[in-house]
Design a protein around this ligand. Sequence first.
Ligand SMILES: [Zn+2]
Length: 249
Amino acid sequence: MGWNETPYQPGDGEHRASAKTADPIRDLESLSPLLLNPDLRSVVADSFSSEKWDIVEEIIAAAERLRDTTRWDDEELLRRLGCRVRSFDDFRAVELDRLQNCSAFLSLVNELTDVVGPVDQQREVVRVCVDLLEDRTAASAVDLRLLLVLEADQWSAAESMRLGEISRAARLVRSLAGATRSTERRTGAHPFAGAAAVHLSTPRIDLYVAREVAVLGVDVDDRITAHLGSCSACRDAVQTRAVQLRSMT
Ligand SMILES: [Zn+2]
């Protein structure tokens, strides 16, 4: 079989994994030899269709950007993304729509790491995104993006992320995914029911009150300030906590 041919799969069409159900981590894993060995890229480029190779290059660029952001080396990044290093031949079989899904996933992770503050938060974003895919909370990169931006009660997981509340954002995504699965649609129900009306966690409020801007990240700190201007629940929580902290010292 030629390198560019799609392998035959029984039940083609109906049961074949599409981008909707594809696992971008496994597909990235298949590309790991290309990520780890730049010299290999020019050797194998001709074995891909140009359309496919364009996406492979996008994936490589996105992975390199994420490596620089997180300050992990290539191997550590792949490990943190949940990839085992695979053999030389696997990557040629990855289909175009799966490459696109893989590229979309890395782009999303890059966008989200740009939003949060210091490197420990950026690494946390990588971990959370991988977890949400690996535990099938999100079926694809597109699904994950949708779950992040979907608003319920005028709030979204992406908004939590922007305030540096990364694990809370993941909880919201899980809650939303569970709700949409049971209702089979992306709106209605109360996916954030049980989520606190206060959007900031106590540890983050404490950091904010203590003016630990470097820990929060300058942009996150600015966003929290802006958020407090428009959200009375969080403003009250911060004021209450400031009083508590003052009385403790
Ligand atoms: Zn709030």
